[in-house]
Design a binder for this molecule. Sequence first.
Ligand SMILES: NC(=O)c1ccc[n+]([C@@H]2O[C@H](COP(=O)([O-])OP(=O)(O)OC[C@H]3O[C@@H](n4cnc5c(N)ncnc54)[C@H](OP(=O)(O)O)[C@@H]3O)[C@@H](O)[C@H]2O)c1
Length: 219
Amino acid sequence: MKIGMIGGTGPEGRGLGMQLALAGHDIVIGSRDEGRAIETARELADTCGSEEIAPNFSGADNTGAAAGCEVAFLTVPYSGMITTLHEIGRQLRGKICVNTIAPLEFVSGQARGIAPPTGSAAEEAEREVPEARWVAAFHTVPARGLLRPGSRLNTDALVCSDDADALKTVMGLADQMQGIRGVNAGALENARYLEGATALLININRIYKAHGSIKVVGI
Ligand SMILES: NC(=O)c1ccc[n+]([C@@H]2O[C@H](COP(=O)([O-])OP(=O)(O)OC[C@H]3O[C@@H](n4cnc5c(N)ncnc54)[C@H](OP(=O)(O)O)[C@@H]3O)[C@@H](O)[C@H]2O)c1
């Protein structure tokens, strides 16, 4: 599958791109700057250290990455989400679009969730580009673990969507990553809890000086 990472030069886009390339997918790293995207794609190919995987990476500007993919991952900060969607919204029409964005601010060293007027960044993005098939996922999967080829995270990717087929596709992509299980977290409106849980997780990780994540037991 051809997968576009919008804002893929940052840690989350790089990490998800790395995992999906290792699973055999073609990854187009997107950036506001095409040169930076191409450079990041090269770096990721080097990090994988495999001649077989290296051709799976390419780079383009965000519009090119969105136009050339079947599934897009939105991995820009919340502050850049709407501007980015204005630029690439047309290219996302009809495509599965995975929103990983957790709207956060840092106050006195504490992460705090920002509640968008729609309830979640996921629903705000859907309102902006209603023609895309929106899925919200991977908020509680830290980039650091994704970026280490060969490590097994032993964590869950909680996946929300109102589109049953898109939800199934993205859970399948999560299952293909090293040590990750896709978990059905229901309707897209549940993204507000995932986005909020991200702030909590960051604060827990600060206390423990760790890179913990979330796993659901008993299901
Ligand atoms: N880091 C994590 O562990 C983690 C885990 C789960 C979810 N997330 C979510 O994933 C998203 C990306 O996280 P990250 O840590 O990778 O973020 P980041 O490094 O701050 O940003 C990712 C990329 O977005 C682009 N960007 C930055 N500001 C922008 C703006 N105003 N408008 C458009 N593009 C902009 C930059 O790429 P160019 O300059 O190349 O365009 C940057 O490399 C966030 O929304 C975060 O909540 C992160």
